[in-house]
Ligand binder design. Structure first.
Ligand code: HEC
Length: 140
């Protein structure tokens, strides 16, 4: 171990001062982390009270798939029946489409990121299984 530069000859007052400086540094770093964390999350408009998958869906999918429907291709909804008809009856199958797109739908892998793709597709699959209950939709 390399000894910390702290000669024993240093007067006590100086050592206390040094310690104080370190504490201040540590404290302000922690404070910064605590304050900046939520601020950064706000940047992508994530709100801790709703599941991340639901929020990602509202931001990236609901424009075309409002309430699990499909405003462009009427038959290609996110309802369980439609998904199963296309052989898309799993979170994994939905994840592949969310990431890479299908037919007229482009992929969102780049904007969602790997974790986002997983979160949004498992949320979509849960909704499909539950019949897209209105209770979980945002108030607006
Ligand atoms: C710009 C409109 C648009 C957006 C935004 C969009 N989709 Fe789609 N989606 C479509 C269209 C159109 C289809 C039908 C594609 C086809 O088969 O030609 C589709 C099909 C799908 C299907 C297959 C449904 C079926 O019954 O065959 C899934 C699953 C899906 N989208 C998931 C998502 C997810 C998850 C998101 C958000 C990450 C998303 N989509 C965003 C337009 C969109």
């Amino acid at each position: 171990m390399v000894a910390v530069v702290d000669p024993p000859a240093l007067p006590l007052g100086r050592r206390v001062q040094q310690l104080l400086v370190w504490f201040l540094l540590l404290f302000s770093t922690l404070l910064l982390l605590v304050c900046a964390g939520p601020a950064m999350a706000e940047g992508v408009q994530l709100d801790a009270s709703r599941p991340a998958g639901a929020q990602l869906f509202d931001q990236h999918c609901a424009g075309c798939h409002v309430n699990g429907g499909n405003i462009i291709r009427r038959g290609k909804t996110l309802q369980l029946k439609a998904l199963e008809r296309q052989g898309l009856g799993s979170a994994e199958a939905i994840a592949a489409i969310a990431a890479n797109g299908i037919g007229q739908m482009s992929g969102y892998g780049a904007v969602l990121g790997g974790e986002g793709v997983d979160q949004v597709s498992s949320w979509v699959w849960q909704q499909a299984l539950a019949g897209w209950p209105r209770g979980v939709r945002p108030a607006s």
